[in-house]
Design a protein around this ligand. Structure first.
Ligand SMILES: Nc1ncnc2c1ncn2[C@@H]1O[C@H](COP(=O)(O)OP(=O)(O)O)[C@@H](O)[C@H]1O
Ligand SMILES: C=C(OP(=O)(O)O)C(=O)O
Ligand SMILES: [K+]
Ligand SMILES: [Mg+2]
Length: 576
């Protein structure tokens, strides 16, 4: 305890303006407010003079075109090779290794709100096609693009499909409905005018609903937030009695269980990608999203189909396909699914409604490990900071859950309702950020004490040259205690292979493509920059040294391991 308070002792805790009682000492974790601390000092280099916490936090510092130049003048750095345009184009940088995905919703859809998330460290903005309409999504996605262009961010856009899940409809415009213990409710596929919908009646989106359920089945809303037992079936109406009361929310997901197992009848045959999803995918391709996350993937086939579809529709497109692991069927085919995909998401919300909840942590661990082996980025999603939808500070248990995912070295953590419709999106983001930085640092220190740490990744068979180069470069960087790895990469592949090794130092990745830059922004430890490569290798090196020196991210005398996928080489260089 004293350790953590010493760590933060020079900081003022956040001012909890919305909750007067929080102004007094609160034993729950104190989150440093990054903003006032991060102003670069005019006279000296932040990395040299600031205390430890600031040294870490300074990596989250937004750098605008003007500031580094001013810093550079006073610090005597040579920025002659770095143009203002380079600095602007490559705006905000952070050396936090764990990336953050934020779901954008009504609470975070305005330009200023998205900007606040980007400044707060959002790497990927996620759009859930379950909610809103295409016009809404189009407008907001364009705001993210505009922000990237104007301020030099590399926030990637992820579109998440609705999928063929069974869910309730929109509650006729009501925000929620309360189901009390013992009450009788009807779930039906009938359609009603909003004004004529009978009381305690919920319409369901899946036509086969009444055929699939049996009297005696348990009906779980949102994975068990509210429970019913089926007492009677009358034509398309399923009559249920409430056994666990609670709030019914619009479009809440429905599963039914028989003898303590998930019921999979005709609903198991629903297509993973529905007709509406295909239209959403066309929309995503047209809007140039960076990632498409596919809900309720059951097998590798659907991923392969989607990837061929994207290639046919948009040849040369770089849209990456992420498999959401949330369906019970996906667990049987995990390896093939992940191999076929460009990444995976542990979608713990629905996963916890499809398998017994106590099995979710082991599935998470398995998926994270498998993705690392197969060199695919992995996102741990849902309920990380659920209480922060309402409260400005997380529970200790939530902090422990976040720490676990960071300790597992997942590529990214995701906020859902916390950022989409919660009261404290920026605070939730700041908790993910500070917990990530703290646990990453702690893990590096622990590793140095533990000589047996087996963080070397196995090679594939047959071995590939780039994989061996990246494994060796990462080991070299660790052994020589290098300050950074620089990688010059055209396709991003070499950068991914370095990230997969989870080296101790940050990996600065330079690529000529803005879309690869955004794609790399999801991956652990990569700090991607866009840069036109010249044919002269020496000049590329000097330009990137100057660029990062001007930002205070490296210093003269630092040891850099340089990897290039064009030359297939490793070099160890001291920064001039
Ligand atoms: N585009 C949107 N429009 C309106 N509400 C949204 C939108 N995206 C997310 N939300 C809200 O945020 C909540 C959390 O988002 P998410 O986790 O993506 O969805 P779900 O709860 O359906 O799994 C949703 O239940 C919904 O209330
Ligand atoms: C991320 C998830 O998917 P969605 O929010 O789309 O239900 C989940 O189920 O955890
Ligand atoms: K979804
Ligand atoms: Mg889901």
């Amino acid at each position: 305890m004293s350790g953590s308070f010493r760590f933060y002792s020079s900081l003022s805790p956040l001012q909890f303006r919305d909750s007067p009682k929080m102004r007094f000492f609160n034993p729950r974790i104190q989150v440093p407010n990054p903003v006032p601390l991060l102003k670069p000092t005019k006279t000296a280099h932040p990395r040299v003079v600031l205390p430890e916490i600031v040294k870490v936090a300074a990596s989250e510092m937004p750098v605008t075109a003007g500031k580094p130049a001013a810093m550079a003048e006073s610090g005597g750095l040579q920025v002659d090779l770095v143009t203002e345009a380079d600095l602007k184009e490559n705006g905000f940088r952070s050396t936090r290794r764990t990336k953050i995905v934020c779901t954008i919703g009504p609470r975070t859809a305005e330009f200023e709100e998205i900007e606040a998330l980007a400044v707060g460290g959002m790497n990927v903005a996620r759009f859930n096609m379950c909610h809103g309409n295409r016009e809404w999504h189009r407008d907001v996605i364009r705001r993210v693009r505009q922000l990237n262009e104007e301020k030099g961010f590399a926030v990637a856009v992820m579109m998440d499909t609705e999928g063929s899940e069974i869910h309730m409809d929109d509650l006729n415009g009501d925000e929620s409905a309360k189901a009390e213990d013992g009450e009788i409710w009807t779930f039906t596929v009938r359609a009603f005018d909003p004004s004529s919908c009978p009381e305690r009646t919920i319409t369901v989106n899946y036509d086969g609903f009444a055929e699939d359920v049996k009297v005696g089945d348990e009906l779980l809303v949102d994975g068990g937030m509210v429970r019913f037992v089926v007492t009677q079936k009358i034509g398309p109406d399923v009559i249920c009695q409430c056994t666990d009361p609670g709030l019914l929310l619009p479009r809440a997901n429905l599963t039914f269980w028989r003898n303590e197992s998930l019921v999979q009848e005709r609903n198991a045959m629903l297509p993973t990608i529905s007709s509406k999803d295909w239209l959403d995918i066309d929309f995503g391709i047209a809007e140039g999203v960076d990632f498409i996350a596919v809900s309720f993937v059951k097998s590798a086939e659907v991923i392969k189909t989607l990837k061929s579809y994207i290639t046919a529709r948009s040849p040369g497109s770089k849209i990456a396909v992420i498999a959401k692991i949330e369906s019970i069927d996906s667990l049987k085919n995990l390896e093939e699914i992940i191999k076929a995909s460009d990444g995976a998401m542990v979608a713990r919300g629905d996963l916890g409604a499809q398998i017994p909840i106590e099995q979710v942590p082991s599935v998470q661990e398995r998926v994270v490990q498998l993705c690392r082996q197969l060199n695919k980025p992995v996102i741990v999603a849902s309920q990380l900071l659920e209480s922060m939808i309402e409260y400005p500070i997380p529970t200790r248990a939530e902090v422990a859950d976040v720490s676990e995912a960071v300790g597992q070295q997942a590529d990214a953590l995701m906020l859902s309702s916390e950022s989409a419709m919660g009261q404290y999106p920026e605070k939730a983001l700041s908790v993910l950020r500070s917990v990530s930085l703290r646990i990453e640092k702690w893990r590096r220190e622990e590793k140095h004490l533990d000589a047996t740490d087996p963080s070397v990744v196995s090679s594939s068979t047959p071995p590939s040259i780039s994989e061996e180069i990246c494994n060796t470069a990462s080991q070299m960087a660790n052994k020589l205690k290098a300050d950074a790895i620089f990688v010059y990469t055209k396709t991003g592949q070499t950068a991914s292979l370095l990230s997969r090794n989870r080296p101790d130092c940050p990996i600065f990745a330079f690529t000529p493509s803005t879309s690869i830059r955004r794609y790399l922004n999801l991956q652990w430890g990569l700090i991607p920059f866009r840069l036109d490569f010249s044919d002269d290798v020496e000049s590329n090196l000097n330009r990137t040294f100057s660029l990062l020196k001007a930002r205070g991210m490296i210093n003269s005398g630092d040891l850099i391991i340089v990897v290039s996928d064009v030359l297939q080489s490793i070099q160890a260089i001291k920064v001039p």
